[in-house]
Ligand binder design. Structure first.
Ligand code: C2E
Ligand code: MG
Ligand code: MG
Length: 349
């Protein structure tokens, strides 16, 4: 509280000073101090104590979202965004009990044998009031509010139950968020789900991103070791988009690398992207980790990956995420690819 501040500019200068002082104080790497500051002004932003504090909090939240280590002033439109998110969170929590979530599945293909070897489960929310909402929108909100724990639990159960019902013992890959991994009983709950659904552990793979690792390295590592001890495999998702990828690959018990689709998209147009993909494939080979490329959309991309001996592919070219019923020929028939898919295309659902 700064009762005698002369105006916004002075508040900004003070914020700079605080940030700088704490930055200097955090020279000891074992105790990093991260600082973010939100500022609300009276009477412009609010004239009672409670709304002033809550507006400052909204601005603080924005400062964190925009990279941390910075400060932001409250703006009226931020308040509206916060209300929208709260409403979204509220609707999302009801979505599970109201059966509004469902899983789409996307095939993963072994390039050498031209065979579907598994599916990635991707959560979908069909809201009566909002329509179809992309997981790219609601998963980050759910991670922030903690609703991801419930959602993630539902997704795991549903995907395991579904895969256990297939005649073919194909694999199922499930995305797991950092928040779920930080829950100390994650592996235990996973074990329980495997027992309940009767899915063999080796048919389940969890996909995690590098951001999941960075937040709390030791805790995540402990959880991942337990997961691995169950016999469940672990894939590093969106590889190449996070940080310290290389040391993560060594430190964590991964079974598979998924190259992010942003690199695949450019393999034929951008020399650098092609070089990165080749390097990741070499890295996988050297470390004995199979590599799967995601976001394969064109024949040229597929050919490139084939020539570079990539192990598996996933993407619109092979099949868009769709209801599992549309993939019955893979989940329930002994047959390999049907004649229509001999060009390695899987029926789009
Ligand atoms: P992701 O795990 O990297 O999933 C791949 C995303 O790429 C999916 O988007 C998929 O529909 C999309 N995709 C697949 N093939 C292609 C292609 O050829 N071209 C293009 N442009 N895109 C393709 P989606 O389903 O919107 O999911 C987005 C992200 O949301 C996922 O990225 C994942 O991080 C997250 N997510 C989805 N389902 C879950 C879930 O059950 N739990 C958690 N924690 N996160 C999830
Ligand atoms: Mg994924
Ligand atoms: Mg991905």
């Amino acid at each position: 509280m700064l009762p005698n501040i002369s105006g916004p500019a002075a508040a900004g200068r003070l914020a700079e000073t605080i940030l700088e002082a704490l930055r200097d104080a955090s020279d000891a790497p074992e105790v990093p101090i991260a600082t973010s500051i939100g500022i609300a002004l009276s009477p412009d932003d609010a004239d009672d104590r409670q709304s002033l504090m809550s507006h400052a909090d909204v601005a603080l939240y924005r400062a964190k979202k925009e990279g941390r280590g910075t400060y932001r002033f409250f703006e009226a439109k931020m308040g509206a965004e916060v209300r929208d998110r709260r409403q979204l969170d509220h609707d999302l929590r009801l979505a599970i009990s109201r059966d509004e979530l469902w899983l789409a599945y996307q095939p993963q293909l072994d390039i050498r044998h031209g065979k579907v070897v598994g599916f990635e489960a991707l959560v979908r929310w069909r809201s009566p009031s909002r329509g179809e909402i992309s997981p790219g929108v609601f998963i980050p909100v759910a991670e922030e509010t903690g609703a991801i724990l419930q959602i993630g639990d539902w997704v795991l159960k549903e995907a395991c139950r579904e895969a256990a019902s297939w005649k073919m013992p194909l694999k199922v890959a499930v995305n797991v968020s950092a928040v779920q991994l930080h829950n100390a009983s994650f592996a235990q709950e996973l074990h329980q789900i495997l027992i309940e659904t009767g899915l063999s552990a080796k048919r389940l793979e969890i996909e995690i991103t590098e951001t999941a690792l960075v937040r709390d390295l030791n805790r995540t590592l402990a959880t991942l070791r337990q997961v691995k001890a169950l016999g469940v495999e672990i894939a590093m998702d969106d590889f190449g988009t996070g940080y310290s990828s290389l040391s993560n690959l060594r430190a964590f018990p991964f079974d598979r690398i998924k190259i992010d689709r942003s690199f695949i998209k450019q393999v034929n147009s951008n020399q650098q992207a092609a070089t990165i993909v080749r390097a990741v494939l070499g890295l996988g080979k050297g470390l004995g980790l199979p590599v799967i490329a995601e976001g394969v959309e064109t024949d040229e991309e597929l050919r490139f990956l084939q020539e570079e001996s990539c192990d598996e592919v996933q993407g619109y070219l092979l099949g868009r995420p769709a209801s599992i019923d549309s993939f019955r020929q893979y989940t329930h028939l002994e047959a390999g690819l049907p004649p229509a898919a001999s060009d390695k295309r899987v029926a789009n659902g």
